[in-house]
Ligand binder design. Structure first.
Ligand SMILES: [Zn+2]
Ligand SMILES: [Zn+2]
Length: 443
């Protein structure tokens, strides 16, 4: 077996192992333990796990402690290291740091969570026919984050074995699908010195052999939960005493969809789920509304969010209820910097298995890596979000989503080359790198 074939098999094996044990947002305990073992095998200077990999107070979309405990137990039952689980306590995710003397700080961010959806058992679905289908009912790696982890480890190993000079940090970020893990990692000390940040996603309708160097124009997003509350009373005996939360909900739905357009650009609003009430003869039970607002810019998203909060407060006031709005997940807008994307383009153009390079593409969806990108850019650094094409038989988030493993070594090669050229070219120039402004704060 050639060295290349060996690396290719190793990447596929890793990806398949992660695929077998998908874990949803903030419950990636088995995943983080396996990542930590691989990172320790590769050998880094610092490895931060769980709460120490981020600012834990900034986490969004954290499930209740019973959920966390159940998935922690499940990880142990699946054979996760007892010592590593102790180190993680109640939080997932990892940051690996390699110190190799003088030079800029380069970082790579990959996400690690699976989705709450059942995986196909169809024989034409490769994970099912080749024995690496999800072993966790109702959870699946249906977005390629299993591939991202294998790529992250592959790049870390390749950089370790190169003549890289500087600091290399890899963020293994939890809870991307809930837009919950980007903020705590971006608001941690690990991002502070990053001069160049690369983010990678596979697929997104780009085939194997295609590379997009820089994604632009993602939509800023905020996932919101509005709760209406009122004291419970009997609908026959005391209807006059109640302030009806269902009426407040009805008013709020109408008002939310009537939020005026904004002259500065596109915004979106959607109420996707409503839950509450008990029986026809009781009033005033709490009602929970799950909604999202998006904007072409972070400011437009903030406008839609503010109007949403106003609509909820006004509807609650009209019907005498209490209401509150909490943020479940959030991501600002951030665009790739062309100077850094150019390094990905150059690396991709030099790769024998890459037949098409796209310099930039509009995203049109949302992604919370933008928190990290924005933080790096606010400090005067550069960031780019690259897409490495992979043939996927069906769309992201579907039951038969799969990646073409031939894209894994391409991603490792291209990103490693881009990381090394960021150091050798040092696009910012050494003086600029340390002349930093303070970060823009975003709620
Ligand atoms: Zn996804
Ligand atoms: Zn994804």
């Amino acid at each position: 077996m050639t060295a290349n074939a060996h690396i290719r098999n190793r990447l596929s094996d890793l990806r398949r192992e992660f695929h077998r044990y998908p874990e949803p947002a903030w419950r990636e305990f088995y995943t983080t333990c396996r990542l930590a073992e691989e990172i320790e095998r590769i050998g880094v200077d610092q490895l931060y796990l769980g709460r120490t990999a981020m600012n834990p107070d900034e986490r969004l979309a954290v499930p209740d402690s019973a959920q966390i405990a159940a998935w922690r137990d499940r990880a142990r039952a699946n054979g996760a290291s007892h010592d590593l689980l102790e180190r993680l306590t109640d939080c997932t995710g990892a940051v690996a740091v390699l110190n190799r003397g003088d030079g800029p700080t380069v970082a790579l961010r990959v996400d690690i969570d699976g989705l709450l959806r059942e995986e196909s058992t169809d024989v034409t679905h490769r994970p099912a026919s080749e024995g690496f289908r999800s072993r966790h009912g109702g959870v699946m790696h249906a977005c390629g984050h299993d591939a991202h982890m294998a790529i992250g480890l592959g790049v870390l190993e390749a950089v370790t074995q190169s003549d890289f000079s500087g600091t290399f940090t890899v963020f293994f970020q939890p809870a991307e699908e809930k837009a919950g893990g980007g903020r705590p990692m971006a608001k941690s000390e690990h991002i502070e010195d990053v001069d160049y940040l690369f983010v990678v996603h596979v697929g997104l309708d780009h085939p194997t052999g295609e590379v997009v160097a820089g994604m632009i124009e993602p939509l800023a997003v905020s996932n919101l939960i509005a709760t209406f509350r009122e004291e419970s009373v009997h609908a026959g005996r005391a209807p006059n005493e109640v302030r009806n939360a269902i009426q407040a909900l009805g008013t709020a739905v109408q008002s939310v969809y009537s939020i005026p357009r904004h002259a500065d650009g596109t915004s979106r609003v959607n109420i996707g789920r409503v839950e509450g009430g008990t029986t026809p003869n009781a009033l005033g039970e709490p009602i929970e509304v799950k909604a999202e607002v998006r904007g072409e810019t972070t400011e437009l998203m903030g406008y839609a969010k503010g109007e949403f909060e106003n609509a909820v407060a006004a509807a609650a006031d009209m019907h005498g209820c209490d209401a509150d709005v909490t943020i479940e997940g959030q991501a600002p807008r951030a665009d790739s910097d062309p100077e850094l994307a150019a390094l990905v383009s150059a690396a991709a153009r030099g790769h024998p298995a890459v037949n098409r390079v796209v310099d930039e593409t509009r995203f049109g969806a949302s992604e919370d890596a933008t928190y990290l990108m924005r933080e790096v850019q606010a400090h005067g650094g550069l960031a780019t979000y690259a897409i490495v094409g992979t043939d996927h038989p069906t769309g992201h988030h579907t039951a038969t989503f799969d990646v073409d493993e031939a894209s894994l070594p391409i991603a490792v090669d291209v990103l490693t080359e881009a990381v090394l050229s960021a150091v050798s070219r040092d696009v910012l120039g050494r003086d600029d790198v340390h002349a930093r402004s303070s970060a823009v704060d975003l709620e």
